[in-house]
Design a binder for this molecule. Structure first.
Ligand SMILES: *Cc1c(COP(=O)(O)O)cnc(C)c1O
Length: 490
């Protein structure tokens, strides 16, 4: 299977690339992205066949339908990492919360957030391509808290890959910071920045585009790559759990095969939702995909009005920080799929130049056939956390809680909903403790204990252990010094 480009072809790059090429350099012509030339059509036959398969069997068969240029032994090694999730037999439990509402828990991996679903196998795949090509890669990551730990965890001690991970000092939770600064491996460098997440992100973008930086790396025989969520090597692993969740509902007798369901996704960069859209196109029966946001609600406005408008918007900090995003990169792949490359290029160039684009009314109708959306602010989110805990004895994190609002406002209650839960309560404990007990500004360790007592849940060992682990990554610098610091590490 080859990959084509969302903004057409500018003659500076090959017209089509292989999967491994799309992974190594994910930016396509005119600054676009790579997408599969066609999606495999799985159909009901595939779903029937895998009704009783394990997660890994399902994943392995689905990936084989993409006919990607990765050896089966590498895929097997990548998928074996799901064995290290809480339950090797069921890495993604789907739990009934109340009548017609099910939660697919994507956070049972090593760093307790859904980034592990894709980044765990991605690390194996990327390292194997680098070894096969006899190349060495520097992976840059900028994080507001979840991508960093997951990227460090997956690349730790992997051959032919080094990681430099930038985070805003003081801008992440204690747990997220400890997950990064206690990572001890020769090929990992964690750098705290005096600044906010945007400073880290802008520094990363500058380095990725800098010819000087690239030639300095070249002298050391190192190539540059990024593990951000536009990489199709991550997206491909995010299709699987949507198929799995549908099959789980069927296995549990909640639906019959062929019955349509809502997928309700807490969204930031739209990778998770895009995985659901592809699963739908490949044959999973879906009624609609509901996009849930926080106060940074550009996606809700896009889906309700057809306008992507950043002219008066500024990112605001919320209680669900992994969704504090205004330029939602993977929306571009939906535009391409619905409206083609010429139109996608036009819209994306408008967004880059004018901070704005507007769909035609026909285009909006098409978008709304597939998507609906709503947003939920922090106080509403806390109320959903508290109410769902009190009434249904289910504890969810603030990202997942945004889905409860759109579940009420966007869906037909007679149709089953799968809400995707993207983080364990342990990662955002101060907000949850505040929701449950009114405790304010608690340190993570205090909040964890308060929730543990209130909800009678144990703090998982990998979270508890962080507080006594040695801090080995103690670099904190000004943003002007990032490049120098990274070159020193290499
Ligand atoms: C990354 C993340 C999201 C957003 O996912 P996208 O695929 O970027 O839309 C939501 N919740 C949590 C906890 C995350 O870490």
């Amino acid at each position: 299977m080859n990959f084509i480009q969302t903004r057409g072809y500018d003659a500076t790059k090959p017209k089509t690339v292989s999967f491994s090429q799309a992974i190594l350099s994910p930016i396509a012509s005119f600054g676009g992205l790579y997408v599969p030339q066609t999606l495999p059509n799985l159909g009901e036959e595939f779903l029937d066949k895998h009704l009783n398969s394990s997660y890994k069997e399902l994943a392995s068969d689905m990936l084989s339908r993409f006919e990607i240029d990765i050896e089966k032994s590498v895929i097997d090694e990548a998928l074996a990492l799901y064995d290290k999730f809480d339950d090797a037999l069921n890495p993604v439990p789907v739990v009934k919360v109340k009548e017609n509402l099910y939660v697919s828990e994507l956070y049972h991996g090593p760093t307790r957030a859904f980034k592990d679903m894709a980044l765990q196998p991605f690390g194996v795949v990327l390292s194997s391509i680098a070894q096969r090509n006899n190349e060495n890669y520097l992976i840059l990551a900028a994080t507001s808290g979840d991508t960093g730990p997951a990227a460090l965890e997956t690349f730790k001690n992997r051959a032919n890959v080094q990681v430099a991970c930038l985070y805003p000092d003081g801008g992440t939770s204690d747990v997220q910071r400890l997950q990064m600064v206690t990572e001890d491996a020769k090929n990992l460098k964690v750098i705290g920045i005096n600044g906010v997440f945007d400073d880290a992100q802008n520094a990363l973008k500058k380095l990725l585009a800098s010819e000087d930086f690239k030639s300095a790396l070249k002298e050391k025989n190192i190539l540059l790559s990024a593990a951000n969520s536009v990489n199709f090597g991550r997206i491909i692993f995010q299709i699987i759990y949507h198929i799995h969740s549908y099959l789980e509902l069927t296995r549990q007798g909640a639906i019959v095969m062929g019955e349509k369901v809502y997928l309700n996704v807490p969204s930031g960069n739209f990778g998770n939702a895009l995985g659901g859209y592809y699963a739908w196109k490949m044959g999973v029966p879906v009624e609609k995909i509901i996009i849930s946001s926080n106060e940074n609600n550009v996606l809700t406005k896009l889906i309700k009005t057809g306008k992507y408008d950043l002219r008066d918007s500024k990112v605001v900090s919320t209680t669900s920080p992994a969704m504090d995003i205004l330029k939602s990169s993977n929306v571009e792949r939906i535009l391409f799929d619905m409206f083609g490359d010429v139109r996608t290029r036009e819209l994306m160039e408008n967004l880059e130049k004018e901070n704005y684009y507007e769909l035609t009314s026909d285009e909006l109708v098409k978008l709304q056939e597939c998507f609906d959306a709503d947003f939920c602010d922090g106080d509403e989110g806390k109320k959903y956390i508290k109410d769902t805990f009190t009434n249904d004895n289910y504890l969810m994190d603030p990202h997942t809680a945004t889905c409860l609002k759109s579940y009420e406002t966007c869906s037909n209650p007679a149709i089953k909903t799968i809400v995707y839960s993207t983080a364990e309560w342990t990662k955002f404990s101060p907000v949850i403790a505040n929701a449950l007990t009114g405790e304010v500004d608690a340190q993570d360790i205090v909040a964890l204990q308060a929730i543990s007592k209130e909800a009678k849940l144990e703090i998982p060992a990998m979270i508890q252990g962080l507080f006594s682990k040695k801090i080995v990554q103690d670099t904190i610098i000004e943003k002007e010094d990032i490049e120098k610091e990274i070159l020193k590490f290499l």
